[in-house]
Structures are given as structure tokens and as C-alpha cells.
Design a protein around this ligand. Sequence first.
Ligand code: MN3
Length: 199
Amino acid sequence: MAFELKKLPYAYDALEPYIDAQTMEIHHGKHHAAYTNNLNAAVQGTALEGQSIEEILAKISAHPVAVRNNGGGFYNHNLFWEVMAPGGAKAPEGDLAKAINNSFGSYQNFKEAFTKAAITRFGSGWAWLVKQGDSLVISSTPNQDNPLMDLAEVKGIPVLGVDVWEHAYYLKYQNRRPDYVDAFYNVVNWDEVARRFKG
Ligand code: MN3
């Protein structure tokens, strides 16, 4: 069964004014669609056809670079759309809040470290909040790599990610990646992050 581009769980303009509708429409309808189509083309007729995206990513070092780039792009954007929502909780709660406090000292410390990872990732990539057992760590990856890949420096289960490719923010923020990352916190869907942390 081919990988499918899921519909966004909200309208293109739902994350305004933090993320603009035109960026969302191009990002989902063009970029994510292209990763999905290219992933399908890359696995078609190979032993990977029929595997889940998680299975493919877990052994990505053995697969062609087109599978790495487009498989990562397919997975990462699925996560990205779901960990954002309009009007969600303004901060983590419950077990997730406890884990953040245990791992980073406070929510504010987490935020500073996550922001730093996002703005210091050179070129295109992602910053991640990664589950490792009961604790959390922050990492960043280049291009469309992610912590599920066997070749990632920091491995684990991604529970939050922010896309820092220029296509994610350039129309509204131009070169001001820090402003975009700052705005991102206003649309984080902490309920979904908690669900992923619970596993
Ligand atoms: Mn992107």
C-alpha cells in the first residue's frame, strides 16, 4: 500500500498569525506532497514496499538516499502537522510536564535549549524533543533526518519537532528564524506531544 498524504487536521489559516496560510498551503500541498510521492516512487518494486515508515527509518543506513530524504520528509511532516494546533494548552501538563522538569530543570530551560537547537542548526533541518525511556533530550538533525533513523546521533522517539527549513518560514519571517521559532511555541499542541510521550 502506498504512503498517503493525510489532510491537515485544521485549515491552512488556522495557525495565523504565527504561521501564515500561504506557507501552510505550499508546505503541505507542495513540499509534503512531493516527499510523499517521491517516497512512493523510491520504494515501489523494492523490498521496502509494504513496510511501515517506522520500519524503513529504523534501518535507513541500508537504503538509498532517496528513501532517507523522502522517507524522513514524509514522517517528519506528518509529525509536524500533528504537534501543532490552534488554541491549544500553553504549556505541557501532567507526566510530560514532570518529565520536562526532571530532564531540563524547568519548562523555561527546556524552551531555551530547544530554541537554541533550532536556531543553531546550520542550513536545513529540524530540532527535536526526543523520548529516551522515561527522560527527554533535545537534538537537531540535518535535512530530513530524524531520531528514529539508525544513523541519527541522538536516537529515540521524537515527541515534538520544529521544521527549520527556510520553506517553513521564509514568506513571513524571511531570514528571521529566531522569530519563527519563538512564534512556534504559540501553536504547539501539547496534548499531542503528551500522547506521543505516553507512547
Ligand atoms: Mn518542511
